[in-house]
Design a protein around this ligand. Structure first.
Ligand SMILES: NC(=O)c1ccc[n+]([C@@H]2O[C@H](COP(=O)([O-])OP(=O)(O)OC[C@H]3O[C@@H](n4cnc5c(N)ncnc54)[C@H](O)[C@@H]3O)[C@@H](O)[C@H]2O)c1
Length: 351
């Protein structure tokens, strides 16, 4: 039997807890260590898993019982634990976005270049089975010549009435809505490859208490082949949309995440409908989530579709660590760098 990959989790908050729970339930992983800036949070997560607590990411990276460091700290604090893990010879999984500024992103990439371990980025939607099939069809020529990839994540995100000093509403720590909600932009860039041109436009900012968030951001990009990418993100849209599409000269494929479906279109007609996930219960869970109000960190174990998504991601992380998959390792920085270029372009446009 293959030995379990021993996991050290840095950041025992909402998503670190979600990943640790999914690792504990997955045959390929065992959680052996936890570190958090709040010792109580680390202890709460570590104890039921029988994991040890470390004072910080450096101590966790030095632990001989850790093969894979999972970085689930706030977005602006990914570089230090990721670089510590890579320099200590560990595999490193960094939650999305890889970073929120160019210098920390290039520091992580430089550490990864010199490292024996793999750098895996938490672009979880690449691991959805329906999405993987869409990109495989595009790469396999089943859509003809690829002309366009597009994606949207637009919904009303409810924030607590008194969010206090919450990093997710502070763009200096979150990177802003486009970086924080980067999933579909990553799919566009993953499907098309590195863009040469990136243009961003942002709508009027909205106030949430003392915090200001981007209401809408639109990004358009172009690749060397001339294929176009389009992306739209909003956390203040009453008409919700959540989809990803790849279009070629012979067919288009579209994932509608609110419906749990992936549809192939030829000449305007739907010719095949399959699922986003391979089990109908998880697709039903997506449909149910689409009917509910959206909020950050509602706590608890999360809906079925999210647990299935993280399990699919863990399958890909295990395969990446064992050298049999590149789904989560290719173009690690492209989405974050594209988002930074879009934001810079939008800021220039506002001036
Ligand atoms: N893939 C997804 O769909 C998804 C969903 C939610 C969050 N995330 C990502 O996961 C990461 C964590 O988000 P979250 O929602 O769990 O946030 P969170 O605020 O709930 O948790 C962050 C944790 O990190 C700890 N922390 C802060 N600084 C630290 C440091 N220097 N060293 C160690 N621990 C430190 C905090 O005490 C907290 O427990 C973010 O990058 C976020 O973008 C991804």
């Amino acid at each position: 039997m293959t030995e379990a990959i021993r996991v050290g989790v840095v950041g025992a908050g909402f998503f670190g807890t979600m990943i640790a729970g999914a690792c504990a339930a997955h045959d390929a992983f065992a959680v052996t260590a936890v570190a958090d800036a709040l010792p109580d949070a680390a202890q709460r997560l570590a104890e039921p898993l029988g994991a040890r607590v470390h004072a910080d990411a450096a101590a966790l990276a030095a632990d001989d019982d850790v093969d894979l460091v999972v970085v689930a700290t706030p977005n602006h604090l990914h570089a230090e634990p990721a670089i510590a893990g890579l320099r200590a010879g560990k595999h490193v999984f960094v939650e999305k976005p890889l970073g929120i500024d160019a210098s920390s992103i290039s520091a992580i990439l430089a550490a990864a270049r010199d490292a024996s371990g793999r750098l895996v980025v938490g672009h979880v939607m690449r691991a959805f089975p329906g999405v993987r099939r869409m990109v495989a069809q595009a790469r396999g020529g089943e859509l003809g010549t690829v002309l366009e990839a597009a994606g949207a994540r637009r919904r009303l995100v409810h924030v607590p009435a008194d969010p206090g000093d919450w990093w997710k509403l502070d763009r200096r720590r979150s990177g802003g809505e486009l970086l924080h909600e980067i999933h579909e932009l990553d799919l566009v860039v993953w499907a098309l490859g590195e863009p040469i041109d990136v243009t961003g436009v942002s709508g009027a900012p909205l106030a949430h208490g003392e915090h200001v968030v981007d209401s809408v951001t639109e990004t358009v990009l172009r690749t060397p082949s001339g294929a176009l990418g389009r992306h739209s993100v909003s956390t203040s849209a009453h008409r919700a949309e959540w989809w990803f599409r790849i279009s070629g000269t012979t067919a288009s494929v579209e994932a509608d995440f609110r419906q749990g479906t992936v549809t192939r279109f030829v000449d305007g007609a739907a010719t095949e409908v399959t699922g986003v996930f391979d089990d109908e219960a998880s697709n039903d869970s997506l449909r149910e989530a689409a009917r509910a109000a959206q909020a950050y960190n509602t706590g608890g174990p999360g809906p079925l579709w999210m647990r299935t998504a993280v399990t699919c991601e863990l399958d890909e992380i295990a395969a990446a660590v064992r050298g049999t998959s590149t789904t989560l390792t290719e173009l690690p920085a492209s989405a974050a760098l594209t988002a930074l270029r879009s934001n810079a372009s939008a800021a220039e446009d506002r001036r």
